[in-house]
Design a protein. Structure first.
Lengths: 114, 115
């Protein structure tokens, strides 16, 4: 069965520091996609970054990068130069080609300290 | 970019009444729409998957008669919470899909409070 594991329920990080949010996944499929979403207190789910299982390079989107280690089945999110506005819940998710459903991790609550 | 709207954003209703939540894809046609429920400080829980013109596929444990889903067009899906009870109070969020593995667009969510 597919599964996403986020082992950090909460994190405190000093402003301007880089932060890594952990995500490991389990699947027997060869073709799948990995996502990171940000959910601020308003509730909206904001798409951050996507990594395809066949992508050879790590995905990057501005201050966000995804450290994809396929053999270890990990897809950690790295946020560089953190900002106060980065404080939010962060969810890692996975989907495969069979049914397009997203499998969600439990989330990590990130708090950026000034 | 693709935009998904949800209406209403917040609703308070009395126990026993029904509440309809709309999910619209504004600038694209969605082959599939998903409905989620989220409890405070928890992850999203998939309730059902709906495809335009066909019956929704409900996840195990989700009452079909309680949570009615209608996907009337490629741009509109509705979730009706029938005979709402306080335990139905939650954050409901929809997402829309264009059939590509790397894309799923979310609505802003609806906070339902049943008194």
């Amino acid at each position: 069965a597919q599964k996403i594991t986020q082992t950090q329920p909460g994190m405190f990080v000093q402003e301007k520091e880089a932060v890594t949010l952990d995500c490991t996944y389990d699947t027997s499929d060869q073709s799948y996609g990995l996502f990171w979403y940000k959910q601020p207190s308003s509730g909206e789910m904001i798409f951050l970054i996507y990594q395809g299982s066949y992508d050879e390079q790590n995905a990057t989107e501005g201050r966000y990068s995804l450290n994809f280690q396929k053999a270890r089945k990990s897809a950690n999110l790295v946020i560089s130069a953190s900002q106060l506005g980065d404080s939010a819940m962060y969810f890692c998710a996975m989907r495969d080609h069979s049914n397009y459903q997203l499998i969600w991790g439990a989330g990590t609550k990130l708090i950026i300290k000034p | 970019g693709a935009v998904v709207s949800q209406h209403p954003s917040r609703v308070i209703c009395k126990s026993g009444t029904s509440v309809k939540i709309e999910c619209r894809s504004l600038d694209f046609q969605a082959t599939t729409m998903f409905w989620y429920r989220q409890f405070p400080k928890k992850s999203l829980m998939l309730m059902a998957t709906s495809n335009e013109g066909s019956k929704a596929t409900y996840e195990q444990g989700v009452e079909k008669d309680k949570f009615l889903i209608n996907h009337a067009s490629l741009t509109l899906s509705t979730l009706t919470v029938t005979s709402a009870h306080p335990e139905d109070s939650s954050f409901y969020i929809c997402s829309a899909d264009v059939g590509q593995i790397d894309t799923q667009y979310f609505g802003p969510g609806t906070r339902l409070t049943v008194l």
